[in-house]
Design a protein around this ligand. Structure first.
Ligand SMILES: Cc1cc2nc3c(=O)[nH]c(=O)nc-3n(C[C@H](O)[C@H](O)[C@H](O)COP(=O)(O)OP(=O)(O)OC[C@H]3O[C@@H](n4cnc5c(N)ncnc54)[C@H](O)[C@@H]3O)c2cc1C
Length: 390
């Protein structure tokens, strides 16, 4: 099965043997979604699983800008039967283990690494998945070092490492916020930020605190949005930050302002809007424009919805290739967007149940446990404004 032998890290090291049995399930991506679904799969009784990552557990979180924090708060509410909002597994509370309400990316990455060790997840790190194809009943997963086979694959490679860069004429002159290591280290005084949702406001807040002048442009205006859906409107954390005196003094917000082009000439960036305004700065504009998402990488394995997201069955399985599943922020059902941890974690058990059932494992007890913690969302009809599930 494998071209070479590899050490699999985890609490108990396993060896992938050449010509060995195919895995029951391979999960690609060891972020919040991959680690969470791997724990659920293990708790559903699946033993022959492997979590593969091109880097390390939690590497996307570890590469957030140093100042960036979770917008969703952690609170040790598990004791009253309400799972910590940033938890990815029953009984786990980042608030309790880290004693931080809004963790940094680096703190959350360490938390995920702790979970991978605690739950003894079989891990294959530093292994970039290059291609996945279905041959007969099995998926063949080509990586840089090894070829793997599995009966099921869960794609959980996230969005962060796949930023949206090609957005308008000259967008290559801008710098995406996901490449910023620390806002406090950015040189210059006059920043133009394209995109005004969470990342754009986060960047503006940190730069304004350093005394920099900032203009934020957004084609909509999330800070004016009346919706209670956190996938559309800004979080309370960001609204509170916008009340900081330095934000009022240094940040100008431009709603309903779509960028047409960016030019760079003689050391000056020129940003033009579709409604005819022009802005200049000698500081490289920041793109806080979101992410294309890794689902584009596996578009040959899923039918596409009109909005480009994968079309999924009610078990988050590909509608064209049984055994191919999607987990994480790219999961969409009708108008429901599962882009936050507390949303998409509710689908881990749906996927785990589907795979366990296909292997003839009983799932009733497992499903009851997940349901009792609000970690099993199979009825989307309740979702709407003011409903935490959407
Ligand atoms: C700045 C910022 C702040 C956020 N704040 C919050 C918040 O407060 N609360 C909240 O709930 N959500 C928040 N989110 C959203 C949340 O971070 C994402 O939903 C989450 O990171 C997604 O987790 P994931 O496991 O899907 O992806 P990731 O964390 O990106 O994990 C994907 C993993 O897949 C690996 N990978 C990618 N491609 C391959 C490949 N080809 N082969 C092998 N491995 C691969 C990567 O190395 C990575 O480790 C925030 C997002 C951002 C960008």
């Amino acid at each position: 099965m494998a071209e070479s032998e590899e050490d699999v890290q985890g609490e108990e090291s396993t060896i992938i043997e050449e010509g060995g049995e195919p895995f029951d399930v391979i999960i690609v991506g060891a972020g919040a979604a991959g680690v969470g679904v791997a724990i659920a799969l293990g708790q559903a009784g699946i033993e022959k699983l492997l979590l593969v990552d091109r880097d390390t557990v939690g590497s996307s979180f570890a590469s957030w800008p140093e100042e960036t924090r979770f917008i969703t708060p952690s609170f040790p509410s598990n004791s009253i039967g309400m799972l910590d909002l940033n938890s990815i597994a029953i009984g786990v509370s980042p608030a309790f283990s880290m004693r931080v309400e809004h963790p940094t990316g680096q703190e959350y990455a360490s938390h995920l690494q702790d979970l991978a060790g605690y739950f003894e997840l079989p891990l294959l790190e530093d292994t970039n998945v290059l291609d996945i194809q279905k041959e007969g009943d099995l998926f063949v997963i080509e990586t840089e070092h090894i070829t793997l086979e599995a009966k099921n694959v869960v794609w959980a490679a996230g969005e962060y490492q796949y930023p949206s860069l090609d957005l308008f004429d000259g967008s290559e002159h801008c710098r995406h916020t996901s490449s910023v290591a620390k806002y406090g280290d950015l040189e210059g005084d006059d920043f133009l930020i394209i995109g005004g949702y969470e990342s754009g406001i986060d960047a503006a807040y940190h730069l304004a605190k350093c005394g920099k002048k900032v203009s934020v442009f957004d084609m909509n205006g999330p800070w004016e949005e009346a919706s209670s859906d956190p996938s559309v409107a800004l979080s309370t954390f960001s609204f509170e930050r916008m009340e900081h005196p330095s934000f009022g003094e240094n940040v100008k917000l431009f709603a309903e302002t779509t960028i047409e082009s960016v030019r760079f000439e003689n050391g000056v960036y020129e940003v033009k809007t579709q409604d005819g305004k022009t802005f200049h700065s000698n500081v490289q504009p920041l793109l806080a424009s979101g992410f294309d998402g890794s689902h584009k990488f596996v578009s040959h394995l899923f039918e596409q919805r009109e909005d480009g997201f994968p079309s999924l069955t009610e078990r988050d399985e590909s509608t064209i290739l049984p055994g191919m599943f999607l987990c994480g922020p790219s999961v969409r059902h009708d108008g429901h967007i599962f882009c936050f941890i507390f949303k998409y974690r509710q689908r881990f058990a749906i996927v785990a149940q589907a795979i366990a059932s296909s292997l003839d494992l009983p799932t009733e007890e497992f499903v009851d446990a997940y349901k009792s913690w609000g970690m099993y969302l199979d009825d989307l009809s309740c979702c709407g404004q003011e409903c935490l599930t959407c």
